[in-house]
Design a protein around this ligand. Structure first.
Ligand SMILES: [Zn+2]
Length: 252
């Protein structure tokens, strides 16, 4: 498995709020480099790529903020690269920001700009590589943007697990994916704010490992191992690196 990352993602002044917090990307990339993953750099998504998921008016609105727009294009490009690598049997985790799962076709909220997962999958579809996909979004917040952007594509299924405790959360994922049949690719919107010390107050570090492993096994069963994951939320910086590393360990 490889890691998609660009040094520019360390820049924290492109926006305000938790996703752009200083030190956030450093904590993750330091942990992943320690684990020996090869890092590859993405190119920014093109205007045509953005149009796969968003309206012209929405893109123009984001573009008014030059710094945010540049970072958001690079983030979407990172997701697209991870998906392309996954399709080519080279699993990948994209360590990117801003996140994207709250970005719908024509509006957004929280820290999201462009729908990174939606763009990545719709690009593979537009290029004729895939006709179906399964997405697990384990962020503490429902990925309403991804659901909206992929809503016109019935063969793309998005699952946001809900449960009151960590044990049930893993069980809910296991039960759901046991019914997933053949798809062309498995994508994971990896939000680490489900962590016990983060906003979601639920999962332990070992649970991220378990989720990564479940997704790896799912990909092995349903799509000849074609799998990728992209970073969404996760704001408890002291443990963020180890949590992402745990997920990647299971996913690898
Ligand atoms: Zn979140």
């Amino acid at each position: 498995m490889k890691v998609v990352f660009h040094e520019k993602f360390k820049c924290s002044d492109y926006a305000l709020g938790g996703a752009s917090a200083p030190g956030r990307m450093e904590s993750i990339i330091t942990a992943l480099k320690t684990d020996g993953y090869i890092v590859v750099s993405p190119e920014p998504a093109s205007y045509e790529d953005l149009l796969l998921a968003h309206t012209e008016a929405y893109i123009a609105d984001i573009r008014k903020d030059r710094k945010l727009f540049e970072m958001a294009c690079l983030s979407a490009g990172g997701a697209a690269l991870a998906a392309q690598m996954a399709f080519n049997m080279d699993p990948a985790f994209a360590c990117i920001r801003p996140p994207g799962h709250h970005a719908s076709r024509d509006k957004t909220w929280d820290y999201c700009a462009f729908c990174n997962m939606g763009i990545a999958l719709l690009k593979l579809k537009a290029e004729g590589f895939i006709t179906s996909a399964f997405v697990l979004d384990f962020d503490a917040h429902t990925g309403d943007g991804t659901i909206n952007v992929l809503s016109q594509w019935p063969e793309a299924k998005v699952f946001n697990p809900m449960a009151h405790n960590r044990k049930d959360y893993i069980k809910v994922i296991e039960d759901y994916i046991s019914n997933v049949r053949y798809v062309d690719i498995v994508g994971v919107s990896a939000g680490f704010d489900t962590y016990e010390k983060d906003l979601g107050k639920k999962l332990e570090t070992t649970d991220f490992y378990l989720i990564g492993r479940l997704m790896k096994h799912l990909a092995k069963r349903v799509c000849r191992n074609r799998r990728f994951a992209i970073l969404e939320g996760g704001y408890y910086i002291p443990d963020l690196g180890k949590n992402v590393a745990a997920f990647c360990h299971g996913f690898n």
